[in-house]
Design a binder for this molecule. Structure first.
Ligand code: PEP
Ligand code: MG
Length: 839
């Protein structure tokens, strides 16, 4: 017989629930094991205790169904599952998201009948239906059904993978807006009661899962049109993209995604493979939502107010929050994609939900103060979600509360202080950041950054890394549903993100931070010394920078040179192009900061995800394949000429290199060199003595033809960020293809090898893409013939240490193996993790 484990924060609660279930068993025995409370009185859950309970409940080997109460009970149960050493035993355990009390009663009776584990879990999941329909029919709520006699009726089947979850439901609500009809729905499969289709929160209570049949009943002048619109929407799969929601929400989203299941929203399914590690280091602290959501405002005692004034204040606050959400939606649509922006349609639908607004307005009309009337309505609506069986829908309660808090803050303070990025210390959680926002993050206050979208090689991630702030990206839109103030633990080295970490998890993260700090300190002690392999080959380790501040960091980190100045970042957010003089003084200041070390200035690399505000670009369908890098510069020769003139003037006084980005053809290089020659002539002092010219190898065509370029340059610098996206046809900022865009893919490494081979003795080869900052990659890159690595400033000491550990002959043998590896994963396995010689 299937066993049952009851996981609860309270031992007393678990015992009482088991006693209640026993009443239904009429003296017969079902194996129910309790894993609840830390002791008789202390609330809490313990993975080890649950693990033991699992073993006890599965004594007969027929499987176990686990029922849990809230929050961390789910996380502890998941951990306990991982502790099971026997794979077969683990397969027999089902973590069931049914409500604890109702679910346990039904599960016990079903288990007694000899049902299988999945059957027991399915019955437990449906346990709320009875209560729901009873309440729907008892008139216990204020919703009045339409007149069935004149109704137009029809039905549709639910097709989205996760049922009528937030986004499909939001689209359903939107579709009916403006149609003069009163529409109600009921779930025929679960025999639910009728709910109004205009209410997002009531739609959730239908518990409509995939393949459920839903009946529509419409009254009013446009009833038929409403019915037809709904059926057409259903036939279109509620406009859900085919891939969305393809992941089982009850499963972890990836190898390293210990997101607390209680906080997992349906949209986490969109984080394909994320979160991705984006900037190393550990960050612990309260979540700081950059989406305008903040913690529950401090409770205030409000006296009753004039109903008309209260109603006006509520409407104003709701309108203000709607404007904020619309603004975020617009930004996400512009910066990320329309599909991701659609997430915010759910929030907009909630803000217009009559089931939320009307109860608040009725309370105000009855004399209650606006803020408490609103808070009450929000609590009722959120509790409605929390009582749902489906974990997907249950997680929407966080959205209701977060939006509710946002409106409350407007009601209480008439402003929302959370809009300033990182204004309040903690872990910044945002949809994505623009390069300008990333460049200005407050290092002192922001412990870590969690981005719902984006990839580690997006420019925002590069800038966060340059600032030394730990970060994970591509974490999925569900992170935007985390309540402001929720404790978070972030490991930007591994990509781990833990919501509401236990004390043990916090201690583990702190231990990792201490170990990393010890390694960094050891590396820092030797940072200023050259990086020479064990067999005496010196590899220059430089830094990539985008500001004077970065240059100072690079000096402090012992950089041998600056291998890449992203000059476009020096003039971010400007309304007007910098003139020659201004550029000259900035380049000079950088060179002075570097005190005689070589500085490699890359000409403006605009386009793609880096727009230039003072020179609007044509809208392109595929900007990364359009006018960017040198292509854009050659289309604006006057800008390039000014920049090169400023660089040449400085080059007369310090060792300086100029580098052209995204070159694909020799002709582009020759055109750029002609403009450079003109600048040298214009500067009037002949060719600067220590001047070097190079190009970036970012396009496969250039890598394959390195031998053609080499005689015309002093160096080739491989930009693995772009080279990876173009080799694998996987856009660097698109988290949906994040796992594909791996710079350690053998195809990318073969292009690095081709570049080194093509360069021969004519030109030195550097790597300035983010791959160079990965200590594990040093062996492969040096083994392939790369002799300069330009990395994010904080990575300089560690990369130098990694080089010092190498023997060139061994590195070459390893590199050869990576070229023949069947996959990027296989390459990862070939590389030793830093600091672990044998693993
Ligand atoms: C690269 O593409 O690897 C590179 C270093 O340039 P950026 O990241 O600025 O495009
Ligand atoms: Mg690039």
């Amino acid at each position: 017989m299937v066993g049952i484990v009851v996981v609860s924060h309270s031992r007393a609660l678990a015992r009482a629930a088991v006693d209640l279930a026993a009443q239904m068993l009429h003296g017969q025995h079902v194996r129910i094991v309790i894993a609840a409370g830390l002791d008789e009185e202390t609330f809490g859950t313990d993975a080890v205790q649950i693990h033991e309970a699992l073993l006890e409940a599965d004594q007969e080997g027929d499987g176990v169904v686990v029922l849990m109460d809230l929050g961390s009970a789910v996380l502890s149960a998941e951990l306990a599952l991982e502790l099971l050493e026997d794979d077969a035993a683990r397969q027999r355990v089902l973590l069931c998201p049914a409500p604890l009390v109702e679910g346990l009663v039904v599960a016990a009776v079903t288990a007694l009948s000899g049902a299988t584990g999945p059957e027991v879990a399915a019955e437990a999941l449906a346990a709320l239906a009875g209560k729901q329909s009873q309440l729907d029919h008892s008139g216990a709520d204020h919703y009045r059904e339409g007149d069935p006699a004149d109704a137009v009726t029809g039905r549709f089947q639910v097709t989205p993978a996760h049922g009528l979850h937030a986004r499909p439901a939001a689209r359903l609500v939107q579709r009916l807006q403006g149609i003069d009809a009163r529409v109600e729905l009921r779930n025929l499969t679960t025999h639910s009661g009728w709910v109004p289709a205009a209410s997002l929160s009531r739609l959730a209570t239908l518990g409509a899962l995939r393949n459920h049949d839903v009946e529509v009943r419409a009254n009013g002048p446009q009833a038929r049109q409403a019915l037809e619109e709904l059926q057409a929407l259903a036939r279109r799969n509620f406009d859900d993209p085919p891939s969305a929601g393809s992941r089982d929400p009850s499963q972890p989203s990836g190898d390293h995604t210990p997101i607390d299941a209680s906080s997992r929203g349906d949209l986490l399914a969109q984080a394909i493979g994320g979160p991705f590690p984006a900037s190393p280091g550990i960050g612990l602290g309260p979540a700081r939502l950059a989406t305008g959501r903040a913690a529950t405002p401090a409770a205030t005692v409000e006296t009753a107010e004039d109903p008309a004034e209260g109603r006006r204040r509520l409407d104003t606050a709701v309108a203000a929050v709607r404007a904020q959400v619309q603004d975020i939606r617009r930004r996400v649509a512009d910066d990320v994609s329309e599909a991701e922006a659609a997430i915010f349609d759910t929030h907009l639908a909630l803000l217009a939900d009559p089931e939320l607004l009307e109860p608040a307005r009725s309370r105000i009309a009855a004399g209650q103060a606006a803020s408490s009337a609103w808070a009450n309505a929000v609590s009722v609506a959120a509790a409605g979600y929390e009582s749902l069986a489906d974990p997907y829908l249950r997680a929407r309660s966080a959205d209701v509360r977060a939006l509710g808090n946002q409106v409350s803050r407007h009601l209480l303070t008439a402003s929302d202080p959370s809009d300033e990025l990182g204004e309040r210390g903690g872990v910044l959680v945002a949809a994505d950041l623009t390069p300008a926002q990333a460049a200005t993050l407050d290092v002192e206050r922001i412990a870590a950054v969690v981005l719902a979208f984006g990839s580690p090689t997006a420019h925002s991630a590069i800038l966060i890394r340059a600032r030394g702030i730990p970060a994970v990206v591509g974490a999925g839109a569900a992170v935007l549903g985390i309540a402001d103030g929720t404790p978070l633990a972030v490991d930007g080295t591994t990509g781990d993100l833990v919501i509401e970490p236990s004390e043990a998890v916090v201690a583990g993260f702190q231990a990792r931070a201490v170990a990393a700090q010890a390694r960094q300190q050891q590396a820092l002690a030797l940072a200023a010394a050259p990086a020479t392999t064990r067999d005496g080959v010196q590899v220059l380790v430089g830094a990539n920078i985008g500001s004077i501040e970065d240059a100072r960091d690079a000096m402090a980190a012992g950089a041998d040179l600056i291998g890449l100045v992203r000059t476009e970042f020096l003039f971010l957010g400007r309304a007007k192009a910098p003139d020659v003089q201004e550029q000259e003084s900035v380049y000079r200041a950088l060179a002075e900061t570097m005190a005689g070390r070589r500085v490699t200035l890359r000409t403006f690399d605009v386009g793609g995800d880096k727009p230039l505000p003072y020179l609007p670009q044509a809208i392109e369908a595929n900007p990364f394949l359009g006018s960017r890098g040198i292509r854009f510069a050659l289309q604006h020769p006057e800008l390039l000429a000014d920049q090169l003139l400023a660089m040449v003037r400085v080059a007369h006084d310090v060792p300086l290199s100029v580098m052209f980005p995204m070159v694909s053809t020799l002709d582009e290089l020759l055109q750029a060199r002609r403009i450079l020659d003109d600048a040298i002539t214009l500067a009037g002092r002949g060719r600067p003595a220590e001047f070097q010219v190079g190009i970036m190898i970012e396009v496969p065509a250039a890598a394959l033809r390195a031998a053609t370029f080499a005689p015309h340059v002093d160096f080739l610098s491989i930009g693995t960020n772009d080279l990876t996206q173009y080799t694998l046809a996987a856009e660097r900022g698109n988290d949906a293809v994040g796992p594909l865009a791996d710079p350690l893919d053998p195809a990318v490494l073969r292009l690095v090898e081709a570049t080194c081979r093509g360069a021969g003795a004519h030109a030195t080869v550097a790597v300035c893409g983010e791959l160079a900052s990965d200590e594990r990659a040093a062996a492969v890159l040096v083994g392939l013939g790369v002799r300069e690595l330009s990395v994010t400033p904080h990575a300089v000491p560690g990369v130098k240490q990694a080089v010092r550990a190498l023997l060139c002959s061994e590195a070459a043998a390893l590199a050869a193996r990576t070229l023949d590896a069947p996959s990027a994963d296989a390459v990862h396995r070939l590389l030793r993790p830093p600091g672990r010689p044998d693993s």
